[in-house]
Structures are given as structure tokens and as C-alpha cells.
Design a protein around this ligand. Structure first.
Ligand SMILES: [Ca+2]
Length: 119
């Protein structure tokens, strides 16, 4: 299977339409926004990449941004991405499939360590 291995090439701060300061990791369009609290509350960070409906290749993030391991409590996916979440780094351990906006599934609060995005 051919996959895109995405290194963290940089981060930037930007303002959301709501005026929030958001940290963005990588380059491209938002794939997901991670929040530290349930209900899309607390600090948040976005992973950027290719729009999921414009690439046939899965986009893998083997680690979450610095400080975000075992911290995510809710998330929103963007640009028609479906996200596979993993318990451990580099797509190991237990997994779940998430789409659109979701609080973490039972047992997944503060557990997410790596992700993969597909269309
Ligand atoms: Ca974990």
C-alpha cells in the first residue's frame, strides 16, 4: 500500500473566523481539529494536508503534535476526511473510525496517539 508519510514541517498561528488563535501543523488544508476537552472546548490544534477527496493515498501522522499525546477529548474532521484513530504512535494498538464532529468514543478520552486520514 502506498501512503503519504507526513512529517511535521512547521507550525503557524492563525485566527479562526471566531477570532480564536489556532495552532496549525503542516501545510495544506485542515484535516482535523483536536480539542483538549469534550464538546470542542479548551485548547485546540489542527493538522493540515491534502483534501481527502483529492488524493487516493492515506495520510498518516505517526505522532500527534507536541504536547497532544493522550490529550484529545473531542475533534472535528474537515475537507471530507475520515479519520482512523489509534491508541499508540505509528498507527499501533486499538483503533476507531471517526467522521465529522465527535466527542471521543467511550474509553478513548485522553488516549489518542496517532491518526490516519482517508477519503
Ligand atoms: Ca495513547
Amino acid at each position: 500500500m502506498t501512503v503519504l508519510l507526513l512529517a511535521v514541517t512547521g507550525s503557524a498561528h492563525a485566527m479562526t473566523p471566531d477570532g480564536d488563535d489556532v495552532i496549525r501543523i503542516g501545510a495544506g488544508v485542515p484535516l482535523v481539529t483536536f480539542y483538549e476537552d469534550e464538546g470542542f472546548q479548551g485548547q485546540f490544534v489542527q493538522l493540515l494536508g491534502f483534501p481527502c477527496d483529492q488524493t487516493e493515498y492515506p495520510q498518516l501522522h505517526g505522532q500527534l503534535p507536541a504536547g497532544w499525546n493522550d490529550r484529545v477529548s473531542s475533534f472535528r474532521t474537515h475537507n471530507r476526511c475520515t479519520m482512523y484513530g489509534y491508541e499508540h504512535t505509528y498507527q499501533r494498538g486499538a483503533t476507531f473510525v471517526g467522521t465529522a464532529a465527535a466527542r471521543m468514543l467511550p474509553g478513548w478520552n485522553d488516549r489518542l496517539s496517532s491518526v490516519m486520514f482517508v477519503r
